[in-house]
Design a protein. Structure first.
Length: 358
């Protein structure tokens, strides 16, 4: 078993910022302490790094700058972020963390009031280097403000989920700002996004694919640079193209194909997003900061099925209208936030009753 899931964030906090190469080396070393000689090799460890990066970003712990060749990782300032939950006010701790952070937080909470509750929870077992979830629950918002003041950190009273959703562009906004041109297609190795399976596949060489179906009017192509290990993405509409971010590009194609991919349980407040249609960065952070839990991966999405007598059947069924390889589940997502996320992506949520146990 791994000793302490906070060790990666301890290192980043101590350095304040680090190169992407140093981050990967640190991750590989810490991860090696918990793996066997035959596990997590090649693409597997690469995928674990990328998954951890995405979660650290979504939880508000770190910022990753991949805009040029000088790739950097930055720790975020320490902050208490209020959750959009009903009942007593709750806030999660994000950003800088040291080995004595939890002790300092406990002392600050005790000085404000003995009734204040602190909950420290490990994240998903697959994410062994994602920091623990630390949440503080008080009886009044002013107590969260006082705790933050004692720790000399900021307190974000308006839940970041709401702020991020309002700040994020919509799919329509994103596409309007794209610069289209008539550039020739790159001769790099390429794949095309297949909206039916939500995966990139090797591009057909003709106007028709192997099944005889005509290529879609709007397609998303992934090109791998022959000079360095990077990928870029272009949306194509007939002979015109524009470079896009992968996540926005996928939802543009999904919208054009009139496919609905977002699933929501309005009773348990769970949003299920196919792994092949990951949310754009700000929207994913907004959903993650509804709970402070990293999204949980599940291969199949079990649903509760109503029997003829209207009682709930114990039999589990699998989503059949999406041929996908798995889902990420976001917890404690209020209906208004779920609906606003869907509207931003021009999606209509599929309302389902999910048979999920966290």
């Amino acid at each position: 078993m791994y000793r302490n899931s906070d060790e990666l964030i301890y290192v980043i906090s101590a350095k304040k910022e680090m190169s992407w190469l140093s981050f990967k080396q640190t991750f590989n070393y810490l991860h090696s302490l918990s793996r066997t000689p035959n596990s997590d090799q090649g693409d597997d460890i690469k995928n674990k790094i990328l998954s951890t990066v995405r979660v650290l970003n979504s939880l508000g712990h770190c910022e990753f700058d991949f805009t040029d060749n000088n790739r950097r990782v930055y720790i975020a300032p320490p902050v208490l972020i209020r959750l959009p939950s009903g009942g007593f006010p709750q806030a999660i701790l994000a950003g800088v963390r040291t080995p004595n952070t939890i002790d300092k937080l406990r002392n600050a909470c005790q000085s404000v009031g003995q009734h204040i509750n602190i909950d420290v929870t490990e994240q998903s077992s697959e994410l062994i280097l994602v920091p623990k979830r630390i949440v503080v629950q008080t009886e009044d918002v002013s107590e969260l403000q006082e705790i933050a003041a004692q720790l000399a950190i900021d307190f974000i009273e308006i839940p970041s989920s709401w702020s991020l959703l309002h700040f994020s562009a919509s799919l329509e906004d994103y596409l309007i700002n794209c610069q289209w041109s008539n550039e020739p297609e790159l001769n790099w190795k390429s794949k095309t996004f297949d909206e039916n399976i939500l995966r990139f596949i090797f591009s057909p060489s003709s106007i028709e694919d192997n099944s005889g179906k005509r290529k879609p009017d709007l397609r998303l192509s992934q090109y791998k640079s022959p000079y360095q290990n990077t990928k870029i993405y272009y949306l194509w509409q007939e002979e015109r193209c524009t470079q896009v971010e992968r996540d926005w590009g996928r939802y543009a194609v999904i919208k054009a194909a009139k496919i609905q991919v977002l699933i929501y349980d309005k009773h348990r407040f769970i949003m299920a997003v196919p792994v092949g249609a990951k949310l754009p960065q700000l929207l994913e952070r907004a959903l993650t900061l509804c709970s402070g839990y990293a999204p949980m991966f599940i291969e199949e999405l079990p649903l509760q099925q109503r029997a003829i007598n209207s009682s709930i059947s114990k039999e589990k069924v699998v989503v059949t209208n999406l041929n996908v390889t798995g889902f990420n589940l976001f917890r404690d997502v209020p209906p208004q936030i779920a609906e606003m996320t869907a509207v931003k992506l021009e999606q209509t949520m599929l309302i389902k009753s999910l048979d999920i146990k966290f």
